[in-house]
Design a protein around this ligand. Structure first.
Ligand code: ADP
Ligand code: MG
Length: 219
């Protein structure tokens, strides 16, 4: 049930006022001048996501990348259809999408807050990615900030790169770390990991993957 009034509100309030900036490559964007009644529920490297208090079931994802990417993302949602571990597309605007809101927290924030991540979350996400493959999509760029959990269930929050070709190992690596490290340590004794430390891990991981790719090319 999509209200014309909500689209009007997005286009005359949110889009008119909010300023979304990308200050550094490979880092999340920032959102300023958020109008009253709206809340930023998350930022990625290419988009900021907002919620209005009158429509708590929905979010508005404003992309700062080209329109082509937005159309691709909308297409991916159409191809996924309805699946319990994904959001779905409600409306496609010029530079934004209205999506079903997923509740809970990202896995990244769960690490940061010392909230235990149960194995059922990993299982749900594995199944969701398998489902995407069965729909001819290529699950890509799945990492801690693109998956969420609530009440022991896992959700995939960002499908925007599922059209890409090639193999992306981020999720596989995360599952390995979960099985080999997390289950023996933080799972038993959840402690907060400072954002700064998580950022260092994120940058080290990028660096390590880059070196490895270079070495593979040379051999
Ligand atoms: N449907 C949604 N429901 C709730 N939160 C969301 C939803 N989509 C995105 N978010 C939040 O916004 C953040 C950025 O969205 P994302 O789609 O990952 O953008 P990007 O493509 O820039 O990475 C996510 O990490 C998540 O915290
Ligand atoms: Mg993302």
């Amino acid at each position: 049930m999509m209200k014309k009034k909500f689209i009007h509100l997005i286009e005359t309030e949110l889009l008119k006022k909010v300023v979304i900036k990308s200050e550094k490559a490979h880092n999340p964007v920032t959102a300023e001048h958020i109008p009253i009644g709206w809340k930023c529920v998350g930022v990625g490297n290419y988009a900021a996501v907002f919620m209005h208090y009158t429509e708590p079931e929905l979010v508005v994802k404003i992309n700062i990348v080209d329109k082509e990417n937005l159309e691709k993302e909308a297409d991916i949602y159409r191809r996924l259809g309805n699946h319990p571990s994904y959001s779905h597309l409600i409306y496609e605007g010029d530079n934004y999408l209205v999506l079903k809101r997923l509740e809970g927290i990202t896995m990244y924030n769960a690490f940061a807050k010392g909230i235990r991540i149960p194995e059922t979350v990993i299982k749900d996400i594995n199944e969701a990615l398998e489902y995407a493959r069965s729909r001819g999509l290529n699950p890509f760029d799945i990492h801690g900030k693109n998956v969420m959990m609530k009440d022991g269930r896992g959700y995939v929050v960002d499908v925007s790169d599922f059209y890409k070709q090639g193999k992306d190992e981020k999720w596989e690596d995360l599952v390995k770390a979960y099985n080999k490290l997390y289950k023996k340590t933080l799972y038993k004794y959840p402690v907060k990991i400072p954002f700064k430390a998580l950022d260092i891990i994120r940058h080290t991981y990028r660096f390590y993957k880059k070196i490895r790719r270079k070495l593979q090319w040379q051999n």
